[in-house]
Design a protein around this ligand. Structure first.
Ligand code: FAD
Length: 339
């Protein structure tokens, strides 16, 4: 990008925050994205990366993770700044606009803010195991970005819901070994998934460790060599796993957003659907966190809201100037003049 665009703070790098980065770029503004999670994608990446989505226009079917990859690459020409692992904590009015502070100590200021915080700053429920931190991100994970990365691994999966069961079924195709660990012999997953699971157990492709509970992790320098299981009857069993996936659910935290003085309705931010303006001047809301009469909590709705919010933010970033109607076909992208 030859020109430096002025920044607009975007809280949340879910699908709608990512498209907001693109929409801002088309209007000569740069997104300063802030997200509590380590990677962009919000619910699509964290909750259903390998599930097919059927209602994205012009995409008859697209996986959650694939949609996020495409949104990231669509915004790329505008060079958005990604501040990941940063949970937005305080939003305060300051000279020239707004000042955002995160729990991690990051401070950003901008004339306008677009809140795309969706279902909230969610993080995984972590098992209470000693020394867990040294393995996290190396051999203990709470989400799977690409099943292919785990091919040939010896994988212990802990949890009893849809995610644990679905991933056990999927990974059994390519892993060297899959154990499924759950406190109870019964699973809380879709009936058809449980049937598939039991068939794979019968074929010896998945080993059930139920009842069982994670008791201890062994290994060095973050590399797991053993997962010790408590059988809840006083006994212990050791699994020679090199990977542990924990699916105990996510802790949603609408948290800080609700304390910023915004007018709220049932935990969501009241917005004007014509502009996506909130009750605070220069602060806009889009996606699942935004509400107005007739709101549809869908990704495609959020995309249209992002375009409206970028347009509205323009007046705060370039006071006194108006944004002319421009089509992307005539505007082009930075460094690209033709198709
Ligand atoms: C299983 C499942 C299937 C679905 N299927 C479909 C479907 O087929 N079609 C469809 O249209 N929709 C579907 N949805 C809904 C869709 O995923 C949501 O509408 C969409 O994710 C909303 O996008 P968003 O960007 O507004 O919010 P989110 O995806 O929730 O992203 C919000 C982001 O903001 C971050 N954040 C929140 N608070 C803070 C904070 N204080 N500080 C920093 N970061 C913060 C979060 O970490 C997150 O990354 C599905 C949802 C689920 C759970």
């Amino acid at each position: 990008m030859s020109e430096t665009f002025p920044g607009v703070i975007v809280i949340g790098a879910g699908p709608v925050g990512l498209f907001t980065a693109f929409a801002l770029g088309m209007a000569r503004m740069k997104a300063l994205l802030v997200d509590a999670l380590p990677a962009p994608g919000g619910q699509c990446a964290a909750l259903y990366p390998e599930k097919p989505i059927y209602d994205i226009p012009a995409q008859p079917m697209i996986l959650g993770a694939e949609l996020i990859e495409r949104l990231v690459s669509q915004a790329e020409p505008f060079d958005p700044a990604y501040h990941m692992n940063q949970r937005a904590q305080q939003l305060l009015a300051c000279e020239g606009g707004w000042r955002l502070e995160t729990e991690g100590g990051l401070v950003l200021t901008a004339p306008a803010v677009i809140i795309a915080s969706g279902a909230g700053a969610f993080g995984p429920k972590r098992p209470p195991l000693e020394g867990l931190e040294q393995f996290e991100g190396i051999s203990v994970h709470y989400m799977v970005k690409r099943a292919a990365d785990l091919a040939g691994k010896r994988i212990a999966i802990a949890g009893g819901g849809d995610s644990a069961v679905d991933w056990a079924i999927l990974l059994a195709k390519t892993a060297a070994k899959v154990w499924l660990i759950h406190r109870r012999p019964q699973f809380r997953a879709a009936g058809s998934s449980i049937d598939t699971l039991m068939a794979l157990v019968a074929e010896g492709k998945i080993e059930l460790v139920a009842p069982g509970q994670l008791a201890e992790l062994k290994g060095e320098s973050g590399r797991l060599s053993e997962v010790v299981i408590d059988d809840l009857a006083g006994g212990r069993k050791s699994l020679d796993a090199d990977t542990l996936l924990c699916f105990f659910g996510l802790l949603g935290d609408p948290g800080a957003v609700a304390s910023w003085g915004l007018e709220m309705q049932n935990g969501r931010i009241k917005t004007d659907p014509a502009t996506m303006a909130t009750s605070l001047p220069g602060v806009f809301a889009v996606g699942d966190i935004a509400t107005y009469p007739g709101k549809l909590k869908l990704i495609l709705t959020g995309f249209a809201e992002a375009a409206l919010a970028a347009r509205s933010a323009y007046g705060h970033v370039f006071p006194g100037q108006s944004l002319h109607e421009v089509h992307s076909t005539s505007l082009g992208l930075p460094g690209k003049t033709g198709p």
